[in-house]
Design a binder for this molecule. Structure first.
Ligand code: NAD
Ligand code: MG
Length: 287
């Protein structure tokens, strides 16, 4: 877990797990499921890899079937499906672009077709590009980043809510420590992550009376394909010792995020809505 991360890059985004050195950890061998999500159905966007894959595997070990919308990375997605099935649960893979509202509606419709219920929506897919100066972000990139990172969260929530009201379900959004601490090279991305915080809080207030809870997780530096495919693309040395600046002196593993999502998805958090869990190696941030 404390293995050093060497410089590296991947030349396109989204990145792939197979090219990462060292490989990431998704669920600890000694993580014991206790049926916290038995019989539930969850959508985990971007669940093909990284944090989303860890969430899918923890949910499956807790008894849930999982639907995974993702972009392009069929090998990563197939591997996640294989691991969910190894937990004895079903996994439906849906390849498509979540920035398109029609695809988001289709994801929910196909979930209901196959499983006849929806209990948990995890909005987690994201993109980012690094730049030295604000002017280097093109207007097009700005809009695309918003389309994927926040507009898709809205489209997914809108399509899912009728079903979540029926099941007394929950929504969990992936934001970032950057929304709280800022980031000198990630302007568009950080802005979308701040938008997610406002979205989580307002949506929670709108739906709490319907029995639907909405929370978010704010990860710090986590070892996922997003890092070599975006930071490594910008500057290979930026990946070297990624996370070393956190108080714990290392990057987090996706396996260290999964249990926070289980908590927010399950009845354990039945009195919690509109809140943020910071999983960031000990950084103290406001909010
Ligand atoms: P990841 O690359 O493994 O996961 C992101 C996934 O989003 C990709 O696998 C891809 O399938 C999906 N995706 C991207 N664009 C899409 C599109 N247009 N349509 C459908 N799917 C699309 O990276 P990750 O780090 O696990 O990211 C998961 C979440 O964690 C993101 O919201 C990210 O902002 C957040 N996060 C990550 C870190 C970190 O250090 N890795 C830190 C803070 C927050
Ligand atoms: Mg991926």
């Amino acid at each position: 877990m404390s293995e050093q991360i060497p410089p590296q890059q991947q030349d396109r985004q989204p990145g792939v797990e197979g090219e990462m050195t060292p490989p990431a950890e998704f669920i600890r061998d000694d993580y014991q499921g206790s049926g916290k999500l038995r019989g539930r159905v969850a959508i985990v966007t971007g669940g093909d890899s990284g944090i989303g894959r860890a969430v899918a595997l923890h949910f499956a070990r807790e008894g849930a079937d999982v639907v995974i919308p993702y972009l392009d990375e069929h090998e990563d997605a197939s591997e996640t499906k294989r691991r969910v099935e190894a937990e004895g649960r079903h996994c439906l893979l849906l390849d498509g672009d979540l920035s398109q509202a029609a695809f988001c509606r289709d994801v929910v419709a196909r979930t209901i077709d196959q499983f006849d219920r929806l209990d948990v929506l995890v909005n987690n897919a994201a993109r980012q590009e690094l730049h030295d100066d604000p002017e280097a972000t093109s207007d097009e990139e700005w809009l695309t980043t918003f389309d994927v990172n926040i507009h898709a969260y809205f489209y997914m929530a809108k399509a899912a809510l009728p079903h979540l009201r029926r099941s007394g379900g929950t929504i969990i959004n992936s934001t970032s420590v950057n929304a709280y601490a800022g980031h000198p090279k990630l302007l568009a991305y950080t802005t979308t992550k701040g938008a997610i915080s406002g979205f989580t809080r307002a949506l929670s207030q709108m739906t709490v009376g319907d029995g639907v809870r909405v929370n978010q997780v704010a990860p710090g530096p986590i070892w996922t394909p997003l890092i070599p495919s975006t930071m490594g693309q910008f500057d290979t040395d930026m990946v070297e010792d990624f996370g070393a600046q956190s108080p714990m002196g290392r990057a987090g593993q996706p396996s260290e995020l999964g249990p926070a999502y289980v908590y927010l998805a399950s009845r354990d958090s039945s009195y919690v809505s509109g809140q943020t869990i910071h999983v960031n190696g000990g950084m103290i941030v406001n909010g």
